[in-house]
Design a protein around this ligand. Structure first.
Ligand SMILES: [Zn+2]
Ligand SMILES: [Zn+2]
Length: 372
């Protein structure tokens, strides 16, 4: 099983986006995740590399068309296939073409292609994304027909070699100056002819069957993560290997936490007295533990506190991201007479140095203007 993110989702663009949109989306994200801007942040670096690979593919019309047609899995496969060869992002394109040339499009020998890949959308909560989960899904998928083992021929009956193509599955034809190969029109590339079609599958070699599948959601998945169940897609024609099943993850919005990669963000309102004097606030953590946050005295509204290692788990990695708490200072909306008295007394004792931004704000602006 492996986990992947779609190139379009990575660049946060629609599948129909034009080149200009893709370019500007890439630039925006590349700026954001550039290693120079995020020194020492492995998460950003990984993201930066991933968007570079995505852009390298989508900016090239030919590569993009191939990607759209065969999907991410094939691209990733091509990438892996080239891993030992040369390395470097620029090589991917060539490897991509080479591998597609042989693995797809019914290249060699007119052999039937593997079954189609399938998509299954799964919605999970942020807690489930945090812990990961074991679950079962039920889907209707075509399976290789058992009685005929996918051949499409009624058991006990004969299959004969196709007379048109002599079993090659392809015929050659002259086209202008060139000799081209086409799938055989008699046997549709199978190379053989069925005497009597199998009753169970009507000669298809495949039948739709409900399937219960166990799915392991690893901790740290996010919206856009794809989990591949290898060989759990549609059965291939004529007993050819099946395709893959992709579980597309969608993480529901959470009441308390927002998430960006492995970072969890939450906004916590605190009273103005707590902001001035300092104190603690408590939050329910996604791991079920209570998170206590120390509020330093003199914190400002909008200021962020970071708790390292209290964020989301790193997908297929170790450790956790950070928890970021953005503080919102709340001013009392009503005061008793006694409180007003106390605050007025406090006001008398306030000095410029205590609240340098607001004290003398307009004087400073005016001073600034007169210098112009
Ligand atoms: Zn034939
Ligand atoms: Zn059958």
């Amino acid at each position: 099983m492996e986990t992947e993110v779609d190139f379009y989702e990575l660049l946060e663009v629609e599948r129909t986006a034009d080149d200009k949109t893709i370019k500007s989306a890439y630039r925006k994200l590349a700026m954001k995740y550039h290693p120079d801007r995020n020194p020492g942040d492995a998460d950003s670096e990984a993201r930066f590399k991933a968007i570079s690979v995505a852009y390298d593919c989508l900016k090239d019309p030919q590569k993009r068309a191939t990607y759209d047609r065969y999907g991410h899995a094939a691209y990733a496969q091509a990438q892996q296939g080239g891993g030992g060869g040369g390395g470097g992002f620029s090589d991917i394109g060539d490897i991509f073409e080479t591998i597609f040339g042989s693995a797809f499009g019914g290249g060699a020998g007119g052999r039937p292609r593997r079954g189609a890949d399938l998509r299954y959308d799964m919605e999970i909560s942020l807690e489930e994304a945090f812990h990961g989960k074991e679950t079962e899904i039920e889907i209707e998928v075509s399976q290789t027909c058992e009685p005929c083992s996918g051949s499409g021929a009624e058991p006990g009956t004969d299959r004969t070699r196709c007379p048109t193509c002599q079993g090659h599955g392809k015929v050659r034809a002259q086209q202008g100056f060139f000799m081209v190969e086409r799938p055989c029109p008699t046997c549709h590339g199978r190379g053989e002819i069925i005497e009597k079609p199998c009753a169970a599958c009507r000669g298809e070699g495949r039948v739709d069957q409900p399937q219960r599948l166990e799915v392991t959601i690893p901790p740290g998945v996010e919206t856009g993560t794809r989990i591949r169940l290898s060989g759990k897609g549609e059965a291939g024609p004529m007993g050819a290997p099946p395709g893959d099943l992709y579980i597309f993850i969608h993480v529901r919005r959470h009441d308390v936490y927002e998430r960006e990669g492995t970072t969890l963000l939450t906004r916590v309102p605190i009273t103005f007295t707590k902001a001035a004097l300092g104190g603690t606030v408590g939050l329910p953590g996604l791991d079920g533990e209570w998170v206590t946050i120390n509020i330093p005295a003199g914190i400002q509204s909008g200021e962020q506190l970071r708790k390292r290692g209290d964020g989301m788990p790193v997908l297929q990695g170790r450790g956790r991201g950070d928890l970021v708490i953005e503080v919102k200072v709340e001013t009392p909306r009503k005061l008793s007479t006694k409180q007003k008295e106390l605050l007025r007394e406090f006001q008398q004792s306030e000095t410029d140095a205590q609240c340098p931004e607001s004290q003398g704000f307009f004087e400073r602006i005016k001073a600034g203007f007169s210098k112009l």
